[in-house]
Design a protein around this ligand. Structure first.
Ligand code: NAD
Length: 254
């Protein structure tokens, strides 16, 4: 492998690493050489741990509820204390609540805003400060096609993902000169994970969406996200800041 893509000696924090895209990206980063600190609400991250350890890298597991905003500062301190240093942060954990806009409840709104936006802001600020102290770091936010589009029955989710794109650019503007690259990956709504199970069960919608993806297939984590996340976590992306990288089978261009 070209050395520019090596993560040898680096430590990456991945939120939502127990399953889905987060698990896939944690394994991908480990394959490129990084030790992983996995943060997830589920206590059992055994599968992720096993796969990361197969690559010869270390896996540190932290169970935390990212909806609890008052615990984020101590969570960041706990993470850094595991390894002494964090070089890469992947803000992946996210939730989705579906309901027609006119019936969307305050409770669902607040729950989505807390995990998808408030936690991302606070984790970025706290880990970012640590990275600025070292003069180097990589932050990768997981955005969505709904950072650009409104979607259906997901007003809170779309609002948070638009905001994640804005946060990415805003932090990138301030931190590019401090050695910290802040970028985002925007997977389509169309990756095969728990998050999209409800859409895939609706056969008509599933077929319609598939027919609109230029590549003609849904994204398959982890394979389709490993390359993009390694690129943004490595020195290969040294001069890339505030970019939202669409990994979408061509959806946004169609
Ligand atoms: P998933 O539901 O499979 O996994 C979500 C992960 O987040 C889990 O590890 C879970 O433990 C963690 N998590 C959720 N709430 C948490 C909380 N309160 N505290 C701590 N951890 C919590 O989801 P996924 O499909 O893998 O999605 C991951 C990210 O990718 C999300 O930000 C999602 O919005 C985004 N995304 C997914 C798709 C897709 O097609 N699956 C498309 C666009 C964007």
């Amino acid at each position: 492998m070209n050395n520019d893509f090596s993560l040898e000696g680096k430590v990456a924090v991945v939120t939502g690493s127990s399953t889905g895209l987060g698990q896939g990206m944690a394994i991908g980063l480990a394959e490129a050489g990084a030790d992983i600190i996995g943060i997830a609400s589920r206590s059992n991250q055994d599968d992720t741990k096993k796969e990361v350890e197969k690559t010869g890298r270390k896996f540190y597991q932290i169970q935390a509820d990212l909806s609890q905003q008052d615990q984020i500062v101590s969570l960041v301190e706990e993470s850094i204390s595991k390894t002494g240093r964090v070089d890469i942060l992947v803000n992946n954990a996210g939730i989705i609540r579906r309901n027609q806009a006119e019936n969307f409840t305050d409770e669902d709104w607040d729950a989505v805003i807390d995990v998808n936006l408030n936690a991302v802001f606070r984790l970025t600020r706290e880990f970012g400060n640590h990275m600025i102290e070292h003069g180097t770091g990589k932050i990768i936010n997981i955005a969505s096609m709904l950072s650009f589009q409104g979607g259906l029955k997901v007003p809170a989710y779309a609002a948070t993902k638009h905001a994640v794109a804005g946060l990415t650019k805003s932090f990138a503007n301030e931190w590019a000169s401090k050695g910290v690259n802040v970028n985002a990956i925007a997977p389509p709504g169309y990756m095969i994970t728990n998050n999209t199970a409800a859409i895939r069960e609706d056969e008509t919608r599933y077929q319609y969406i598939t027919s609109r993806i230029p590549q003609g297939e849904w994204g398959n984590p982890p394979e389709d996200l490993k390359g993009p996340v390694i690129f943004l976590a490595s020195s290969a992306s040294r001069y890339v800041n505030g970019h939202i990288l669409c990994v979408d089978g061509g959806w946004m261009g169609s």
